[in-house]
Design a binder for this molecule. Structure first.
Ligand code: GLY
Length: 569
C-alpha cells in the first residue's frame, strides 16, 4: 500500500515537473528574429509559414511560388489574420524595371447598401459591421494568390499547398501568443457560430496544445485540385452561401463567382533622390498617404533634428495629421470615386500642405481640414520574400479584426472577414480604428472598402533595398513611414528601425498615441507644452522585412512585437 502511494506521489511530482517545464518553455518553435543570408529569405508572422516558404525557395521556386505556400500555411497556423476568407495586396518585383501591384481586397456584396448598418434612430449598429455574418465582404485571397501564381509562378500549384494541408490535417502546436488570442475570442466563437468550431474548447488553450482542422484540410484539398474555382464555385461556394443564410448574411453565389483581383501600376515615388518606393494604389489609402508624408518630410533635413527629439516627433506627427485629414475626405476605391491620386502625391502639394507648420505648437485637429488640391492631373499580417533570382514579394493580407467576423464557415473550417467595417458606414463616424471617412468611401455593391495596408518594395539606385510591411489598422501607414525615416534619415539598421518604439497621429481623434518607452519625461512635457494630448497604448504593428545590402547580402528581421520569424540562407 505504502509502495503504491509512493509511486503515486512520484508520478504526481513528475507530472508537476512536466507541467512546470512546459510553462517555462512554452514556445513550441524556434522563432528567428534575425537571419542573415546570401540566397533567399522569407519573413512572416509565424515560424512554420516562414519555413514553408523557404522549403519552396530551396526547391528552386521563385518568390511567387513561396508566396502561395506561405499564404496558405498562414491561413492554417495564424488563423487570426492569415486567411482564405479575407483579402489583401501584393507588390511584386519581377526585376528592377518591372514592379506590379495586385489588389485582392474584398468587395461589398451585391445586396449591400449605403445605410445597411444604420438603425432607424440614425445611430450605427456597429456590432453588425464588425461581428457576424453581415460584416463580411467577398473574400479575395484565394483568387489573388491564384492569379499571382498563374501569371508568374514556376512550380505546380498543387505542390505549393501541401504544407498547409498537412498542418491542417495533422495539426500543429500553438504558440503562447496564439493560444492567448484564441482564448480572448472564445466567447465570440461560441456566440457567433451555431455549430461547434475547432477554435472553441471548454478549457482554455495553452502554448503547446495541438490544433487539428479537418474541415479546413478538406477545403484546401479542393482548392489544390480546382484552383480558385474550387473556392468561388462548387462545394465551398455552396457552404459559404449556406453559412450566410444561416446567420443573416448576404453573400450570394453570384457575388463569389464574379469576384476578380485587379493588377495595377504601383504608386511609385522617389525619396531623397536615390530611393524609389513602390507601394499600393487605391483601393488602399496606404501608398498615397505614405507618399504624401514622405514628400512633406523631404522638404527639411530631418536628420539634423535628431531621432525622437521633440522637434522631430512634432514634425512627423504634424505630417501624419495632415495626411490622415486628407485620407478621410479624398480616399476610397478609385473604380467608384474620383480619388485625386496625382494631387495628393504631388511634391508641390506636400510643400504647400506643410507650409502652415508651427515649430512650437500643434494645430488642433478641429482647425485642420483637408488640403486644397491644386495639382490635378487590432489585425492584419504581412510577409516579405526575396528569391535568388532577384524577384521579391511584399504581401499584406487581412481579415480586418482578429479572426475577422469570428464566423467560421460550417463544414469548410475557415474564418470570414469583417472588412465591411472599413467602409465609412456613416460619413463622419469613426470605424473600429477610429478612422473617419466620407463620400469617397461610402458603401456600394461591388466596391472595395478603403484600406491602410501599405506593402512596399524600395529600390536604391535601381537595386533592391527593402521589402516590408506590417499589420496595425490605421497605424500601418505611420509605422511604414517611421520605418523608412528611421533607415534613410536616421541611418538605422533594419533591426533598430523596426525595434524602435513607434508613435501615431491620425488627425482624429486629436491624440498622439505612443508605445511604452517611446518618449522620455522631458520630451513628453515639451510635447504637452506644444499642445499635444499624449496617450500610451499597446504595441502596434509587427513589421516583417528584408534588407538587401550593397554587397547583395540579405537580412531578414521579424518584429519583436510578435511571433514573427525569419527563415533564409
Ligand atoms: N483592415 C485594415 C485595413 O485594411 O486597413
Amino acid at each position: 500500500m505504502i509502495h503504491i502511494n509512493m509511486r503515486k506521489h512520484i508520478y504526481l511530482f513528475m507530472l508537476f515537473i512536466v507541467m512546470f517545464s512546459c510553462e517555462v518553455n512554452a514556445q513550441p518553435y524556434t522563432i528567428n528574429k534575425q537571419v542573415k543570408g546570401k540566397k533567399h529569405m522569407v519573413v512572416t508572422a509565424h515560424p512554420l509559414a516562414s519555413e514553408a516558404g523557404l522549403i519552396i525557395l530551396k526547391k528552386g521556386g521563385n518568390a511567387i511560388d513561396a508566396m502561395v505556400a506561405v499564404h496558405f500555411v498562414l491561413a492554417v497556423v495564424y488563423q487570426r489574420a492569415g486567411n482564405i476568407g479575407g483579402g489583401g495586396y501584393l507588390i511584386y518585383r519581377r526585376n528592377h524595371y518591372n514592379i506590379q501591384a495586385l489588389d485582392f481586397r474584398e468587395t461589398a456584396p451585391e445586396l449591400a447598401s449605403r445605410n445597411m448598418y444604420i438603425q432607424q434612430n440614425g445611430h450605427i449598429n456597429d456590432s453588425v459591421s464588425k461581428d457576424g455574418h453581415l460584416a463580411s465582404g467577398i473574400p479575395g485571397s484565394v483568387a489573388g494568390v491564384y492569379d499571382a501564381h498563374k501569371a508568374n509562378g514556376t512550380l505546380p500549384w498543387k505542390t505549393l499547398l501541401q504544407s498547409a494541408i498537412s498542418y491542417a490535417e495533422n495539426g500543429f502546436l500553438l504558440t503562447e501568443k496564439e493560444a492567448e488570442e484564441l482564448n480572448n475570442n472564445r466567447l465570440d466563437f461560441k456566440r457567433l457560430n451555431n455549430h461547434q468550431t475547432v477554435f472553441y474548447q471548454d478549457i482554455p488553450w495553452k502554448a503547446g496544445d495541438k490544433i487539428v482542422q479537418k474541415d479546413l484540410a478538406k477545403t484546401l484539398r479542393i482548392i489544390q485540385k480546382y484552383g480558385k474555382d474550387g473556392f468561388y464555385k462548387g462545394a465551398i461556394a455552396d457552404l459559404i452561401v449556406k453559412e450566410m443564410k444561416s446567420g443573416g448574411g448576404i453573400i450570394t453565389h453570384k457575388d463569389l463567382s464574379q469576384y476578380k483581383p485587379i493588377w495595377h501600376q504601383p504608386i511609385e515615388f522617389t525619396y531623397r533622390d536615390s530611393f524609389t518606393v513602390y507601394t499600393m494604389p487605391p483601393s488602399s489609402a496606404g501608398g498615397m498617404i505614405l507618399n504624401e508624408m514622405m514628400n512633406m518630410s523631404e522638404t527639411i533635413n530631418l536628420h539634423s533634428l535628431g531621432f525622437h527629439t521633440t522637434a522631430s516627433i512634432h514634425w512627423l506627427a504634424e505630417t501624419e495629421k495632415r495626411a490622415y485629414a486628407d485620407r478621410a475626405v479624398y480616399c476610397g476605391d478609385a473604380d467608384y470615386y474620383h480619388v485625386p491620386i496625382y494631387g495628393l502625391t504631388a511634391k508641390k502639394y506636400a510643400k504647400h500642405r506643410i507650409s502652415t507648420f508651427n515649430p512650437t505648437k500643434t494645430i488642433p485637429s478641429k482647425q485642420m481640414k483637408e488640403g486644397t488640391l491644386q495639382y490635378t492631373s487590432e489585425e492584419t499580417t504581412h510577409y516579405s520574400i526575396v528569391d535568388s533570382y532577384g524577384q521579391a514579394v511584399s504581401v499584406t493580407t487581412t481579415l480586418n479584426g482578429n479572426y475577422g467576423s469570428r464566423v467560421i464557415v460550417k463544414g469548410a473550417g475557415f474564418v470570414l472577414n469583417n472588412e465591411m467595417d472599413d467602409f465609412s458606414v456613416k460619413p463622419g463616424t469613426p470605424n473600429m480604428f477610429g478612422l473617419i471617412g466620407a463620400e469617397a468611401n461610402a458603401i456600394q455593391p461591388g466596391k472595395r472598402m478603403l484600406s491602410s495596408m501599405t506593402p512596399l518594395i524600395v529600390q536604391k539606385n535601381d537595386s533592391l533595398f527593402l521589402i516590408a510591411g506590417t499589420p496595425g489598422g490605421a497605424t500601418i501607414t505611420t509605422s511604414m513611414y517611421q520605418l523608412l525615416i528611421n533607415m534613410i534619415d536616421f541611418n538605422m539598421s533594419l533591426q533598430q528601425a523596426i525595434y524602435s518604439p513607434r508613435f501615431h497621429h491620425q488627425w482624429l481623434p486629436d491624440i498622439l498615441y505612443h508605445e511604452a518607452d517611446c518618449f522620455d519625461t522631458a520630451t513628453k512635457k515639451e510635447l504637452e507644452q506644444f499642445g499635444y494630448t499624449l496617450k500610451q497604448r499597446s504595441a502596434f504593428g509587427r513589421i516583417d522585412a528584408i534588407y538587401i545590402a550593397p554587397d547583395a547580402s540579405i537580412e531578414g528581421i521579424g518584429d519583436n512585437r510578435g511571433d514573427d520569424s525569419a527563415s533564409g540562407e
